[in-house]
Design a protein around this ligand. Structure first.
Ligand SMILES: [Zn+2]
Length: 292
């Protein structure tokens, strides 16, 4: 990595992946991985489908698996024959942001959504300025996406959704590259009625019209979302779709049922294959195959 990134953000891999998707109206999955099986599954699926992909880690990985694991993930991803970026999801704590900026992530999501709006803008802007020097791009969340996800704080149902005009001002003032709006999407599962009942698609459409040409939108809270609703989100300008249990449940079930009877080598090979198949199925829904 050089210190001169005059073409930033066009020099950044996540930016390249999501802007390619923006130009051709499809979305790329950002797959939350917790272990090496997940990393292998994303890369294999991406190469077989000739699709871009984004591997997402949580700050949990920084602390539990450590920074050498992060370096392994980045080198494996960047060695793929198709574009595979590595992104840090929901970076909440300031010390985690500091640590992440010392690591070879392609992009980082700054989750300052528990701050008030002004503090969110100030914080996001200052991180964007520093990330530019490192050729890292930044995703930010506006409003508050509800629900618990692997250590995220759970908040009340009456929290704020993103106002379209505010989204436009937010991206102008902060310079963030990707925006995760809150429009009724919920982390960690939906109440009765599902996302069909919870999502405010009129709001998402309005946000997309104002910002998505220059700032691809990110969808959080996808467990579960129907194929049709994913298509609607893509029509609104969503280009990065965060996927966690949706592509991981079949793998988890297989491991749970077979860990006692299969050799670890066999368990791992078959487990990665099942995991990759789930990811490939999702790539087909998002329209990302055959682009590279
Ligand atoms: Zn999220």
């Amino acid at each position: 990595m050089t210190s001169n990134h005059s073409a930033y953000p066009a020099s950044n891999l996540t930016w390249q992946i999501l802007n390619h998707a923006n130009e051709s109206n499809y979305a790329v999955g950002a797959y939350n991985c917790y272990n090496n099986d997940g990393i292998m599954a994303v890369i294999r699926a991406a190469e077989r489908k000739r699709s871009a992909a984004i591997i997402q880690l949580f700050p949990w990985t920084l602390h539990f698996q450590g920074i050498e694991f992060v370096r392994y993930v980045v080198s494996a991803a960047h060695a793929a024959s198709v574009p595979v970026a590595v992104h840090l999801d929901h970076c909440i704590k300031l010390e985690d942001v500091e640590l992440a900026l010392t690591l070879p992530f392609d992009s980082i999501m700054i989750d300052a959504s528990t701050f008030d709006e002004e503090a969110n803008i100030r914080h996001s802007k200052s991180v964007v300025e520093r990330a530019q020097k490192l050729n890292i791009t930044i995703e930010a969340e506006m409003g508050r996406i509800e629900g618990g996800e692997d250590g995220l704080p759970t908040v009340d149902m009456d929290s704020v959704m993103t106002r379209p005009k505010d989204a436009e001002i937010f991206v102008q003032q902060t310079g963030v590259h990707f925006l995760a709006p809150s429009f009724g999407n919920i982390h960690g599962g939906y109440p009765a009625g599902g996302p069909e009942g919870a999502w405010d698609l009129v709001r998402l459409t309005a946000i997309g019209k104002l910002v998505s040409d220059s700032t691809p939108l990110v969808l959080h809270g996808t467990h579960p979302v129907s194929d049709e609703l994913f298509q609607k989100a893509i029509e609104c300008g969503v280009r990065k779709i965060n996927l966690n249990r949706t592509v991981r449940d079949d793998y988890t079930k297989f491991v749970a049922e077979n860990a006692g009877s299969l050799e670890l080598t066999t368990l791992k090979m078959q487990g990665v294959e099942i995991y990759a198949k789930s990811i490939e199925r999702m790539m087909d829904i998002l329209g990302s195959p055959g682009r590279y």
